[in-house]
Design a protein around this ligand. Structure first.
Ligand code: AMP
Length: 220
């Protein structure tokens, strides 16, 4: 079984991918994790990828694709995987299809988690930090008792530069799944849109139902 999870940042895609992998006892392959490991180990790949990652840019296709193709050749990946954060370009989508076809396999379904831009910006830009004691707050999930003041030490809370709404919007533009890649899966009858602007458990339920439909061979 090969499943793809697509979606902009801030839709809970990574969390959902892990949950589903656990539930289905499937392998979870996240290219972001593979890059972060390479950076930590200081490999050539890591050094190359880091500059792009630091800017919030995509790592070039040839680097990303060869890393992913190497990963799916490993023995533990022979039963398929849940791909999280890959593909992010049309070229990556084509490369994955070719590699799977060579193994007599294919992508069963591409699950596209969506949310309105305003909701994504609200989620991603809601983080506030205390510059004195380091406490972290979030407007929705963990608000301070008094607006902009630290519960622990009373200092005025600050927002990180890259959590500011204008910066988050710029990141969103760079990291949004490109239309031609979504069309690629849509034209092949593989794309399923899942509304991600709901409670996480409801999103999980819908994802699992879509996977069951796809793997039972029923068209969506
Ligand atoms: P993520 O954890 O999925 O947000 O990925 C972290 C960073 O790794 C991204 O901002 C990109 O710089 C890089 N990255 C991860 N997956 C890909 C991909 N499929 N194509 C290009 N760059 C990627």
């Amino acid at each position: 079984m090969n499943l793809i999870l697509l979606g902009p940042p801030g839709t809970g895609k990574g969390t959902q991918a892990k949950l589903i992998a656990d539930q289905l006892n499937a392998l979870h392959i996240a290219t972001g994790d593979l890059f972060r490991e390479a950076v930590k180990r200081g490999t050539e790949l890591g050094v190359r990828a880091k500059a792009y990652m630091d800017r919030g840019d995509l790592v070039p296709d040839e680097v990303t694709i060869s890393m992913l193709l190497e990963r799916i050749e490993q023995p533990d990946a022979q039963g398929g995987a849940i791909f999280d954060g890959f593909p992010r370009t049309l070229q990556q989508a084509r490369a994955l299809d070719e590699a799977l076809a060579a193994k007599g396999s294919e992508v069963d379904t591409a699950l596209h988690i969506t949310a309105p831009d305003d909701e994504i910006v609200r989620r991603l830009s809601g983080r506030w930090l205390c510059p004195s004691c380091g406490a972290i707050y979030h407007e929705q999930t963990h608000p301070p008792k008094q607006e902009r003041a630290c519960d622990k030490c009373g200092s005025e809370l600050h927002q990180r530069d890259d959590d500011r709404p204008d910066v988050v919007r710029a990141r969103l533009e760079k990291q949004r799944p490109p239309a031609e890649m979504l069309d690629y899966y849509r034209e092949r009858g593989k794309l399923v849109d899942i509304d991600g602007a709901r409670a996480p458990e409801e999103v999980t339920k819908d994802l699992l139902a879509a996977i069951e439909r796809a793997t039972a061979g029923v068209s969506n």
